[in-house]
Design a binder for this molecule. Sequence first.
Ligand code: HSE
Length: 316
Amino acid sequence: MKERSIRVRVPATSANLGPGFDALGIACSLYNEMTLTLTESSGLEIRARGEGAPYIPSDERNIVWKSICYLLQRAGRVDEFRGAKIYMSNRIPLSRGLGSSATAIVAGLTAANALLDKPFSKQDLLQMATDIEGHPDNVAPAIYGGFTVNTVTDGIVECFSFLPRIFMRFVVMVPDFYLSTKSARQVLPAEVPMRDAVFNISHAAMMVAALARGSEQHLENAFSDALHQHYRAALIPGMFDVFAAAKKAGAYGAALSGAGPCLIAFVPEHRRCTEAVAAAMRDAFRAHDVEARPLHLRMDTKGAHILRRRSMPANK
Ligand code: HSE
């Protein structure tokens, strides 16, 4: 019996982009990689290095393993593979709003699907990943790459992915504190006023139109939001000042990345001002006693993919 291993690379993601709460996302050029070997015998060997490694469970609680089990169950192959070796190499900061948990889920599903010779389509993986994560806006760009628009209708997820006709760089400021998605969702109200819902529908639609048609002018106000950022501002000191500083330094706009605490600025490629935007955002954070480091990223256009495939004897 030969054990097969596979290595996957999955991009970081930034969800919401301001008005597109739980609906819009982008994939970014920062990656986690993982090598998976499925074994006939039970037992887990999970090793992580890089970002957040000490906090990643190396037993059955591991989200990569849970996702693999979910897929094996769906494929009816749980009896064939009772254990795994999972080696993770992580560059995406943990619990900062860059989709690290989505990356883990997508890595587990993509790698296990490939090792089973792809019984599931990307759409199937998106549905499974959303069922596990609870919302699609990080897992969709992690799977498809680019800019993604998602809907969930009667539990069924749909995703439209495209590459914007506006070339942008992203400046992501990573503050020196963690924020769990759970706590950042707990501060949100169960119901919102109609005018706020209308505000977000119109701004999210404008963003999609501006990116699809390449209208810089229509992007300038499209990052505004009334559904989640105001409620979450108390959790991220200086958030709106940092947005204003980014815009003043040349960004189209800025937003809370996912549930935060990272803040992301969308910077026109042609203005060549990412350093100035990062410095302005860092200074604005400092004025509120928050230290933050910048990540200079671009859009990932590929989504999750297999890096290489190899076979090795089981006892090596
Ligand atoms: N749309 C989600 C939220 C993203 O804002 O809570 C969390 O990663």
